[in-house]
Each structure stands twice: as C-alpha cells, then as structure tokens.
Design a protein around this ligand. Structure first.
Ligand code: NDP
Length: 278
C-alpha cells in the first residue's frame, strides 16, 4: 500500500485519480506543521512506499512566514524520510526549480549549484537536504510551473481572465517548463515502484513539461483553446513586482528521467482538460 501526504492539492488529486487504492492523508490527520505526527502516521500504516505531495506552496506569503514554511517543507519531509528509512521503504518527495538562482539560459542538471532567491526556495532546499541526509531510499523530483484543473494555478487564472479582458500584460522574461500535475503524479508512482526494485536509483531528478516557454507564450497557448482570445503583451519581470523574487531561468534538464523510463510530458496536450474543468 502506498501512503500519500496530501489530499486536496493539485498533485494529490491527480494521484487519487491514478491510484485510488493508495491511502491519502489530509491535514486533519497528518499536519505537516507537526513533523512527529507525520512520522507516526507512516509507522502506523506500514506502507510499501510513501509519496509527499503536500507542501507550503504560498511563494509570496513565505517571505513573511519562513519559519512555518521551513517546518512544513523541511522538518516534516525529514521526519517522513526517517520513518521510511526505519521501515525500509522508498520515499518520493516533490521539490522545485526555485532551488536555483535563475541565472543564465542553460537548462540546469540536478547536480548544478543551488542558490534559492526566495524564502520558499530556501525552505524547499532545506527539505531536499534533510531527505538526502535521512538515509532512506528516496527520489526528489524537482518540478516547475504546475497546472491542473484543480486549485490555484497560472493556467486557471488566465482562463478566468480571458473573458474579462481583451488585452493582458504577462511576464515574458521568465522561461520554464509548465508541468501538468497529472504527469507529476504518474512520475511519482513510477519512481516509487521502480525504487522498490532498484534502490540504487536514489537521487534528485528533474521533471518539467516541454517545450520551455515564457509565461507570456504559455498564456498565448492557453488562449488558443479559450472562446475569447485576449491579446498578450509581454512585459519584463521588473514591471510585475511580487514580494518573492522569481528566477528568470527555470529550464530543467530532465535527461536522467530515462532511468525510470520517463520523459518530459508535453504540456500543450494537457490544456483542454484544464479548460473543461474551469
Ligand atoms: P498545492 O498548493 O496544490 O497543494 C498543497 C497541498 O499541501 C494541499 O493539499 C495542502 O492541504 C497541503 N498542505 C499544506 N500545508 C499543509 C500542512 N501543514 N499539513 C498538511 N497538508 C498541508 O500544491 P501542488 O500540488 O501544486 O504542489 C505539489 C508539490 O509540487 C509541492 O511539493 C510543491 O512545493 C511542488 N511544486 C509546485 C509548483 C507549483 O507551481 N504549484 C512548482 C514547483 C514545485 P490543504 O488543502 O489542507 O491546505
């Protein structure tokens, strides 16, 4: 039995669609603000693998709540990984492109130097380091720009704006891979299953959708599917200030996915499902 932390998030909901027999723990029974409770939950359920799809994901709010973000994004995953080590079962943990500083234009490989530019990124990096140190069989899956028919995400925001505004200004100097939550869910399940047979594949992996685009081009691709098609004007990040600094370069080199028989998902084909669900 696979045990999943998270019940209501984008990736957690897609996991439920793909693996209805797994056990999903919501905040009511496993609050990541209470790492010991997460550890106990794993030891009580005695799963064959654990996937952590829960996280503190409010990137801007984290600037004012870094301590809380760090408990949820680092101390809780540390406790989960420790319980997995104790049971001898694999732990799959999701992380982010925000561990990088976003400089340059090359795609980052997993071993490239990390230097998060915001509090959320620091909390997620602390989580990665704690998971690696715990000594369990693990996969850290760094992803980016997650979207799905559920929750809050850029694609849903653009769909919502498309029938209200004939013109939109969207950032065009941040480049990355939009990633369907459904593909992340499938990858987590594949990794958990593979690690049971091949613990030597423990490590950090990149998983983002292809092709890499700017937010402005992502918006334009979304509007090819909406009844109304606003004109998108590209603007630089400096003209769209946010509390948390965003990396300009979020390109991830995902070649190592081949070890799990996985490849980068095409994000364009996932847009219609989001529009249907909106
Ligand atoms: P969502 O924001 O959609 O969902 C977050 C989930 O975490 C919710 O189920 C939420 O539960 C749960 N959660 C938050 N705090 C706690 C807590 N204290 N105790 C228990 N559960 C909690 O996240 P995504 O599905 O988008 O993200 C999945 C993973 O991908 C995360 O690790 C995230 O860091 C990573 N990621 C996401 C990106 C994105 O663009 N969204 C980009 C890169 C990486 P509740 O509903 O109760 O609040």
């Amino acid at each position: 039995m696979i045990l999943v932390f998270g019940k209501t998030g984008q990736v957690a909901l897609e996991l439920q669609a793909l693996a209805p027999d797994a056990v999903y723990l919501g905040r009511d029974v496993a609050d990541l603000s209470n790492p010991a409770q997460c550890r106990e939950a794993i030891l009580a359920h005695r799963p064959t693998a654990v996937i952590n799809a829960a996280a503190y994901t409010a990137v801007d709010k984290a600037e004012d709540e870094e301590d809380q973000a760090t408990v949820i994004n680092a101390e809780a995953p540390a406790a989960m990984a420790d319980a997995c080590r104790e049971l001898g079962v694999p732990f799959v943990h999701i992380s982010t492109d925000y561990v990088f500083d976003g400089s340059g234009e090359d795609s980052r490989v997993p071993s490239d130097p990390v230097a998060p530019a915001n509090a959320y990124g620091r909390s997620k990096l602390a989580g990665e380091e704690a998971v690696k140190a715990a000594g369990a069989t693990y996969a850290i899956l760094r992803t980016s720009w997650v979207f799905s028919p559920h929750g809050k995400n850029f694609a849903k925001t653009m769909i919502g704006l498309s029938d209200k505004h004939p013109e939109l200004r969207v950032v065009d100097d941040q480049i990355g891979g939009p990633t369907p939550a459904s593909a992340i869910a499938a990858a987590c399940l594949r990794m958990a299953d593979t690690l049971k047979q091949r613990p030597e594949l423990s490590g950090t992996y990149h998983f983002s959708g292809t092709p890499d685009v700017s937010w402005a081009d992502f918006a334009r691709a979304i509007f090819e599917h909406t009844p109304n098609q606003p004109t998108v004007h590209g603007i630089p990040t400096k003209d769209y200030p946010t509390p948390a600094q965003r990396p300009l370069n979020s390109r991830l080199d995902c070649s190592d996915l081949a070890k799990f028989g996985l490849e980068r998902p095409n994000w364009e084909s996932a847009i219609p499902a989001v529009i249907e669900g909106a």
